[in-house]
Design a protein around this ligand. Structure first.
Ligand code: NAD
Length: 258
């Protein structure tokens, strides 16, 4: 299955860590030339580049449209185009709505939702010209259901699912698919970082947050792995998935079945 991707070119946002890094690594293993993006210190970025097949790196802040435009200009000159776009960069902030900092709301909407618009509008012309493309958006179970204290994240992820459906329809006759993968809780730095805030917001211990808040939602009582999310992304890139478009694929241990 994977040879069919040999020589394709991908941009993966938020790929210095967690899910994005796993997707970039899997793409590189299939012979895709990858440009990664995301924050981190020099060692973290170097490790991510090495894992993703000596990937190119662009440090665009996904909340800044001008930096996203520069990323695509560099992808055009260095890779010659973008066949696979993975919109994965995302942040979380946990707070009661009345205390939710307005700047955090704006940042979450910009990074988790609007960046996918800015990247897609720049990637689509080249995909249309070649008659092939894959847009894969890391959404979340929170694109389908809500949790308290995550108003901005839930709004952004619901928006991302809607955006994905809309462009899937626009691009359906061009050989380009657009889909969401919606994981439940994946054990990554993003989840680890929200534990202290959830402890404060709900007045719980660390163990209570892991067992009674996070894994409570997941009927399997297990975290999703980054490798499982990457495997779903690789399937969506394959020819076998060419008729899957506008879908929101749940990978949440049964969470949203309830
Ligand atoms: P992570 O914190 O490990 O990785 C996030 C990545 O995004 C990092 O590379 C980080 O540098 C990058 N990033 C953050 N802000 C950025 C910005 N302004 N510009 C560019 N890059 C930026 O988190 P993760 O868990 O791997 O999350 C990846 C995606 O998966 C996110 O969209 C997240 O919402 C989604 N998701 C995560 C889970 C989970 O349980 N971990 C569940 C569902 C969905």
């Amino acid at each position: 299955m994977m040879n069919e991707l040999n020589g394709k070119r991908a941009v993966v946002t938020g790929a210095t860590s967690g899910i994005g890094l796993a997707i970039a690594t899997a793409l590189a293993q299939a012979g895709v030339r990858v440009m990664i993006n995301g924050f981190g210190d020099e060692a973290q970025i170097a490790a991510a580049r090495a894992a993703a097949g000596d990937a190119l790196y662009h440090g665009a802040d996904m909340s800044k449209p001008a930096e996203i435009a520069d990323l695509f200009a560099v992808a055009q000159s260095e890779l010659g185009g973008v066949d696979i776009l993975v919109n994965n960069a995302g942040i979380q902030f946990v707070s009661p709505v009345e205390d939710f900092p307005a700047a955090k709301w704006d940042a979450i909407l910009a990074i988790n939702l609007s960046s996918a618009f800015h990247t897609s509008r720049l990637a689509v012309p080249g995909m249309k010209a070649s008659g092939w493309g894959r847009i894969i958006n890391t959404a979340s179970a929170h694109s389908l259901v809500a949790s308290p204290f995550k108003s901005a994240y839930v709004a952004a992820k619901h928006g991302l699912a809607g955006f994905t459906k809309s462009i899937a329809l626009e691009l359906a006759t061009h050989g380009i698919t657009a889909n969401c993968i919606s994981p439940g809780y994946v054990w990554t730095p993003l989840v680890e970082r929200q534990i202290p805030d959830t402890m404060a917001a709900r007045k719980l211990t660390r163990e209570q947050v892991i067992n009674d808040v996070l894994l409570t939602a997941q009927p399997t009582k297990q975290f999703v792995t980054v490798e499982q999310v990457a495997a779903a992304a690789m399937f969506l890139c394959s020819d076998a998935a060419s008729q899957i478009t506008g879908a929101n694929i749940s990978m949440d241990g049964g969470w949203t079945a309830a």
